[in-house]
Design a protein around this ligand. Sequence first.
Ligand SMILES: [Zn+2]
Length: 67
Amino acid sequence: MSEHTPVLSFPCPSCGDSPAKITLPDGWNDDTMAHCNSCGVSFGKYGEIAERIRQAQEIEGADHLSA
Ligand SMILES: [Zn+2]
């Protein structure tokens, strides 16, 4: 399997790459530490990042519905 490179919906706070990209190793899971693909800064556990993205998208969706 090749590397899994999800694109995040927030800019990297370290290098400013926007949207930030992360590289995950084979066999990654929610406890895998995710790092910026550009500068290597740690974003924390992938599961926590995914949850943050999900919440941000729900907020955007709510704004859209109420508009
Ligand atoms: Zn970065």
